[in-house]
Write a protein that binds this ligand. Sequence first.
Ligand code: GLA
Length: 371
Amino acid sequence: MEHATVITQAPGRINIIGEHTDYNNGFVLPAAIDKKTTVWLKKNDHPSRCKMTAGNLQEELVFDLSNFQPKENGWENYMMGVVHELQKIGAKFSGFDCEFEGDVPIGSGMSSSASLECSLATGLNQLFNLGFDKWQLIKACQMAEHNFVGIKCGIMDQFASTMGQKDQVMFLDCRSLEFEYFPFDLGDYQLLLLNTNVSHSLASSEYNTRRAACEEGVRILQTKFPTVHSLRDVSFEMLLQMADVLPSKVASRCRHVVLENDRVQMATKALLNKDFKQLGQLIYKSHFSLQKDYEVSCPELDYLVQHSLDKDYILGSRMMGGGFGGCTISIIEKERVASYIDLISKSYRNQFGVDLSPYAVSIEDGAGLVD
Ligand code: GLA
């Protein structure tokens, strides 16, 4: 875009471990990555007309700040949702033009949506001198997704995209919102993402269904344990005590969340102790729990994880993000990366007729201005 006055970027994210725990007030261990969305912004002369251009798609949206509604679907809802949520917390805008472009693969579980929302929110905050702090922006972006996109997501993605720091993973307590940075160095190992390049359409509806099952679990648990407010307050022993009362699907959803929270804490310790074997084991356990108890995996993801199990140079592998497609994240010996990509790409193509996309991502800073 010509004559942009503000340019911002916000990255996608990885998550080492802690899936579907964020909206249950639990723990997550994400980091921002070197794939991002860039937004160019300028005020236009109109009091309320906005124009947004999706550079990658060559699509355009024009809307009026005084009257706009979500569309059935599409990138427009993320953008208008951010504008709407910022207005709700007091932002006063005039007409503006914006254009964005990004390289976070869509539907990959790397959160292209948060990178889009957070780059726009950061940019508008600057362009209109709104003075919101990072947490206000994070929460507005999360609410954009709830209210304009229709996914009742947790806070992990917008948090990671905004607060990320180079070479650091973040341990976030989604209840208190306290967090800590930890240096991420895997020694002779590295992370490898393998994008299945499938994105099953169940993803958005099933996401909200899972969330509802967790809430149902909490309501039932409260009948015996009145101090429980979320699955964060629940132990495995408490689940066992309620085994006869909880419907079996609800019980298995709850079991995933309760044990996944434990795994995040153990994984953070393992990372600090440089016990990569232990970290890898926890990552495998996370996958099998997401596959069997939470039921958000799919045959393509399971295939990739299954094929890493007998490779001693891969310490752990699991599906990443909401599920039903997207990427696996694995810990693999640096020297074996190229040969493994070769091997797994061939067998994946034979099995599913789809090409894998491998990514060796690096951990980078979160949202910010571009000079
Ligand atoms: C999506 C959501 C997050 C989180 C993950 C699953 O990425 O946006 O809030 O719930 O799924 O861990």
